[in-house]
Design a binder for this molecule. Structure first.
Ligand code: RIB
Length: 335
């Protein structure tokens, strides 16, 4: 495996940025620090020209990319955007779909490492923080759609809590008080951020949190269907539902329709993601939009910036949401 700037930084006990400054002889660096870095470069036999060459040669290099569910258009669009940019830069992408199973993620990580992938891009991974930290020491890594703020891991993520807050605030603004929540899987950190946005929005408006209005889903359409069935057994059904991704919101709408209800007349529904299908379904879904394509492109761009040791790139970037109001929500009117 090629020695990376990170290896050198660790060896010299300085930041990657400092190593890069020493290599490019750009700015003033204390002579003691410079010597430490130069010694580490020598010890690890780091060859900057070789690293740069890999990025300009036309030989097929590989990036390993792992997603939890390629059938969710959120990930399909993200991968497509990232793959397009990687290909332009001479890299081929190998894709692993973990099905949201951390064990499958681990086996893809091992497979990609043993086949000498130049970097690994982990998208919304389910493995624990410890493994991600370890992996970051061993191979160039980019983390997408998962936040690990206290690390030097290159990452692009979303401010999930604010997005969820906007979704629920929108429903409250329409006069809804019985607002149900379809939650994502427990082992996904985004799930808890979205849940925090939901509970905070309720709290801010003085609406008591009722656990009966939360259904444990798993980010699939099928669990949106099950959520409807569960809420249908309650003494009082909610008048609005926040599905914490679009697929679960679709499942809820599908089942409500099958049972003879209308959207938004009987239930206002908000999703989360704004996958392309959300504008096409009937009624078009009100949802929290994230710049999915931009996220894929940014992830690959950051990877190349780090491999090329650009001094100015942002390691940790959080993308902003936008609430898109379509036809699946309306003011509360149930008697
Ligand atoms: O894992 C599924 C979900 O995670 C997506 O729908 C998107 O919201 C992502 O954050």
């Amino acid at each position: 495996m090629r020695t990376t700037l990170k290896d050198v930084a660790r060896e010299a006990d300085v930041s990657v940025m400092t190593v890069s400054r020493v290599i490019h002889k750009k700015e003033y660096i204390a002579s003691e620090t410079r010597e430490k870095v130069e010694a580490a470069l020598k010890r690890l036999k780091y060859n900057p020209n070789m690293n740069a060459r890999t990025l300009v040669t036309k030989k097929a290099d590989f990036l390993g990319l792992i997603v939890p569910d390629i059938s969710n258009p959120f990930f399909g669009d993200l991968v497509k955007a990232g793959e397009g940019l990687a290909r332009k830069r001479g890299y081929s992408v190998i894709l692993g779909d973990s099905g949201g199973d951390p064990e499958v993620e681990k086996s893809y990580i091992n497979a990609f490492r043993s086949r000498m992938c130049d970097a690994i891009i982990l998208i919304a991974p389910r493995v624990d923080d410890m493994l991600i930290r370890e992996l970051n020491k061993m191979v160039p890594l980019v983390l997408v759609d998962r936040q690990m703020p206290d690390t030097d891991i290159i990452q692009v993520s979303l401010e999930n809590k604010d997005g969820a807050f906007s979704a629920v605030e929108h429903l409250i603004g329409l006069g809804h008080k019985k607002i149900a929540f379809i939650k994502g899987p427990e082992n996904v950190p985004n799930t808890h951020r979205r849940e925090a946005g939901y509970t905070e929005a309720l709290e801010k408006s003085g609406i008591p949190y009722d656990p009966l209005y939360t259904f444990q889903g798993d980010f699939t359409r099928e669990t949106g269907v099950l959520a409807f069935d569960a809420f249908a057994t309650l003494p009082e059904m909610p008048s609005a539902v926040f599905g914490s991704n679009d697929l679960m919101a679709f499942g809820f709408i599908q089942r409500a329709r099958e049972k003879g209800y209308s959207i938004p007349e009987d239930f206002s529904v908000v999703g989360f993601d704004d996958i392309y299908l959300s504008a096409l379904i009937d009624p078009p879904l009100t949802t929290v939009k994230y710049p999915i394509v931009e996220m894929g492109i940014e992830a690959i761009r950051k990877l190349f910036d780090s491999l090329e040791s650009k001094a100015s790139f942002t390691m940790n970037e959080q993308l902003r949401h936008k609430l898109i109001i379509r036809k699946s929500t309306k003011p509360f009117s149930r008697s």
